[in-house]
Design a protein around this ligand. Structure first.
Ligand SMILES: C[S@@+](CC[C@H](N)C(=O)[O-])C[C@H]1O[C@@H](n2cnc3c(N)ncnc32)[C@H](O)[C@@H]1O
Length: 255
């Protein structure tokens, strides 16, 4: 599989991630109070969001990501960029296997739930790892059936909306294999669960966590907000929900 550094400037992406952390909370409609909280991030990637949460005063932050090279990068990067942050660490232990001494007050996840292979298992882990009354903030975009839901994986010369759906999964998998010198046979092996919004909703409903909020297609700026409002209206038409649901921003609470 191609490493991040073969595809983009990882240091610049880390800096962008620090700035974009604010976008997550704006899309969520609220910024959690992190002061003195024990926080877990699921799918911590390069580590920017975890770092920003530590900077906001969290007591401890654990970033979990199943891709080891990203965990190595995040540990090194945060140590070098913010030497004062001694309370952030990253692990490649799957959250299903985490066994912390104390439960977490807050669990966050950004742009990861559309990649997670077993959503039920991760939601069960969230329920187990959260303190009673604790919240999980889960925001993710773009969903697979939305206009650019393949995350550019098709590598078409021109990026057209829904082209990956027209081309079909076989073409997406083939393009992924060519670029990464892999032999994936399923979309899940390429890192996408391909779930539709209703599948996510049902998973949240059976998780044993209370669903406090599901925001669909929030966006920034007047133009994007207008477009996303139009998408929300179209998503309500029978059969169209998967194609016009770009992002879901969900707040869950452990009873
Ligand atoms: C698109 S990246 C997003 C990274 C970061 N949250 C961000 O917004 O930049 C998705 C990340 O989720 C990770 N991931 C996928 N499945 C996971 C799982 N079950 N548990 C933890 N991380 C997972 C991937 O390795 C990848 O780093």
């Amino acid at each position: 599989m191609l490493q991040d550094s073969e595809q983009f400037d990882v240091d610049a992406a880390f800096e962008t991630g620090l700035i974009e952390a604010r976008q997550l909370w704006s899309r969520m409609g609220t910024t959690p109070a992190f002061q003195d909280k024990r926080v877990l991030e699921i799918g911590s990637g390069l580590g920017s969001l975890s770092a920003s949460i530590a900077l906001a005063g969290a007591k401890t932050v654990v970033g979990a990501d199943i891709w080891e090279p990203r965990v190595v990068f995040a540990n090194k990067k945060v140590r070098a960029r913010f030497p004062e942050l001694t309370n952030v660490s990253f692990t490649s232990t799957p959250v299903e296997q985490l066994d912390p001494a104390e439960p977490f007050d807050v669990i966050v996840s950004q742009n990861t739930f559309e990649h997670i292979a077993d959503i039920d298992a991760v939601l069960a882990a969230i329920r187990r790892l959260l303190a009673p009354g604790g919240h999980a903030y889960i925001g993710f975009s773009p969903l697979y059936h939305s206009p650019y839901g393949d995350h550019g994986e098709l590598r078409a010369p021109v990026r057209l909306p829904w082209l990956h759906l027209v081309a079909g999964r076989k073409q997406v998998i083939a393009a992924y294999n060519r670029a990464n010198r892999e032999a994936a046979t399923t979309l899940a092996q390429c890192g996408y669960n391909g779930h539709k919004p209703a599948m996510f909703r049902r998973a949240f409903e059976r998780s044993g966590l209370s669903i406090e909020q599901v925001r669909v297609n929030p966006g920034e700026g007047r133009l994007k907000r207008a477009a996303m409002a139009a998408f929300r209206a179209l998503a309500r038409l029978p059969g169209l929900e998967p194609y016009f649901t770009v992002g879901m921003y969900v707040r869950l609470r452990r009873p």
